[in-house]
Write a protein that binds this ligand. Structure first.
Ligand code: NAI
Ligand code: MG
Length: 487
């Protein structure tokens, strides 16, 4: 232990490494498709590697489902729907969903570690946010299953059939929970496809579902790329599509189901405005800005990726933000002190770096933390862009990385105009001491969620979803039941 006598101690101190152990987790070398309650070999006979983005090491290989495999999965879901699930008393359905939630709590540590290994997110996030929220989602919807007639009085809610669910890589387990829990509670069966870079926690969930005794075929989990996703969307026995991912794929899905009877919800990109007024609690706001865009590597559709600071406090806020940026720890996702883990894939890192170049070329002033980043794996320094304007691409387009575009404003009208002048409308944040200002803004900001004096807070009881190109339909809460029902 070094003595605290030299200045060096104060300027160059570090946390000791505190990595979470990985010896309690069990990963197979190879994963098959979870269809009709069993893991089965893909008829495609194809497998692809899934890696740890922090080390670039292979973790396992997973099956690639082709159209035939998709058909087997959808058929199994349809049979389970007709023969078992839709006939089961709602109270019994509820017990299964509750059991899934309990098992997830029991295995929380394993889920958290695998989530960080396969996705790159800091263990602090996967342990304290993703996994408990995923379990809570199942608990919450277990409670609704036998109360649908009370949720929608006099409307006679009916299940739809088979839900095809396609999810992204930024919250692999949580998105699986957001999709599966309300579908089961409303009496539907499921075919779910995780993203190609993060299949492992969904496959662990498949093992858990098998162990829970859920009737065979009620949930099927199959892996693959975009082509597999498209085959699910286009399968004639799919009654409802739930998608979270890029706006481009969302548009493709909408086109391909046009003219069919399929119901759809799309949760797409975002470019949230985080707005700081001069009467805001500045230190809390700075922490909210950091939490909004840098934790989780900015891989959050509702990330506060545009910052608007009222002009008279801009220097103070930016000064504090730069100081705080210096203290952020970038590195090993499994280390409990890590704030910013690995970027999910090489492709995503390339996209982020391209946007950083675009920002510089557009004439914005770049500021990065002086931290070092690991030489192996996919990492990105937390980055600020100052003096940006509405027309800049780094202000208009979703980057999905730890990159913050900063603008200043003078009046409330100006900031509302700028915040709304964007193709997206998923979320926003407001920081001010005045409740009246909050109410004024929340009614004028065109965003599905507006946080006030906090950011990125989630609860299963609260609906989530977008305006404009951020998609439509709501997940979570009572609203989250509706897309899975007909009335
Ligand atoms: P993506 O939209 O291609 O992938 C999301 C899911 O859709 C994956 O499971 C993928 O296999 C599947 N998919 C791809 N093409 C499909 C198709 N034609 N039909 C059906 N399913 C299909 O997203 P990608 O390429 O991984 O990321 C690109 C950008 O999208 C990111 O840089 C980010 O800006 C945005 N994004 C937004 C997310 C959000 O939460 N709103 C999540 C992930 C990415
Ligand atoms: Mg894509």
């Amino acid at each position: 232990m070094k003595e605290a006598t030299s200045n060096e101690f104060f300027t160059d101190w570090k946390y000791a490494p505190a990595p979470e152990s990985t010896d309690h987790i069990k990963l197979n070398k190879q994963y098959d498709l979870f269809i009709n309650g069993k893991f089965v070999k893909p008829t495609s006979k194809k497998y692809f590697d899934t890696i740890n983005p922090a080390t670039e090491q292979k973790l396992a290989e997973v099956a690639e489902a082709n159209e035939k495999d998709v058909d087997l999965a959808v058929t199994s879901a349809k049979n389970a729907y007709d023969k078992v699930w839709k006939k089961m008393p709602a109270k019994e359905r509820s017990k299964y969903i509750f059991r899934i939630a309990r098992l997830m709590q029991e295995r929380a540590r394993e889920f958290a570690v695998i989530e960080s290994m396969n996705g790159g997110k800091p263990i602090r996030e996967s342990r304290d946010v993703d996994t408990p929220l995923a379990a809570n989602h199942f608990f919450y919807y277990a409670g609704w299953a036998d109360k649908l007639d009370y949720a929608f009085p006099n409307k006679k809610p009916q299940s739809l059939g088979v839900a095809g669910q396609i999810i992204p890589w930024n919250f692999p387990l949580l998105m699986a929970a957001w999709k599966i829990a309300p579908a089961l509670a409303t009496g539907n069966t499921v075919v779910l496809k995780p993203a190609e870079t993060t299949p492992l926690t969904a496959l662990k969930l498949a093992e858990l579902i098998r162990d829970s005794g859920l009737p065979d075929g009620v949930v099927n989990i199959i892996t693959g790329f975009g082509k597999t996703g498209a085959a699910i969307v286009n399968h004639p026995k799919i009654n409802k599509v739930a998608f979270t991912g890029s706006t481009d794929v969302g548009k493709l899905i909408q086109k391909s189901i046009a003219g069919t009877n399929k119901k759809v919800t799309l949760e797409l990109g975002g470019k949230a405005a985080n707005i700081i007024f001069d009467d805001a609690p500045i230190d809390q706001a700075v922490e909210g800005i950091i939490n909004g865009i840098f934790f989780n590597q900015g891989h959050v559709c509702c990330a506060g990726s545009r910052l608007f600071i009222q002009e008279n406090v801009a220097d103070i806020v930016i000064g504090k933000l730069k100081q705080r940026l210096e203290t952020l720890i970038v590195g090993d996702p499994l280390d409990k002190n890590t704030d910013i883990g690995a970027i999910n894939s090489k492709e995503q890192l390339t996209k982020i770096n391209d946007f950083i170049k675009i920002g510089i070329d557009e004439g914005a002033e770049m500021y990065q933390s002086s931290c070092s980043i690991p030489s192996k794996g996919f990492f990105c320094k937390p980055t600020l862009f100052l003096h940006t304007s509405q027309s800049h691409r780094i202000v208009q387009e979703e980057i999905f990385g730890p990159v913050l575009a900063i603008q200043t404003f003078r009046t409330v009208e100006e900031v509302i105009e700028k915040a709304n002048n964007i193709p997206y409308g998923l979320s926003a944040g407001v920081w001010t001491d005045k409740g009246s200002k909050i109410f004024n803004l929340t009614s004028k900001l065109r965003a599905g969620v507006v946080w006030a004096n906090t950011y990125n807070k989630f609860d299963p009881a609260s609906p989530f979803g977008g305006y404009k190109e951020s998609g439509f339909g709501r997940e979570g809460g009572l609203h989250g039941l509706m897309p899975y029902l007909s009335f």
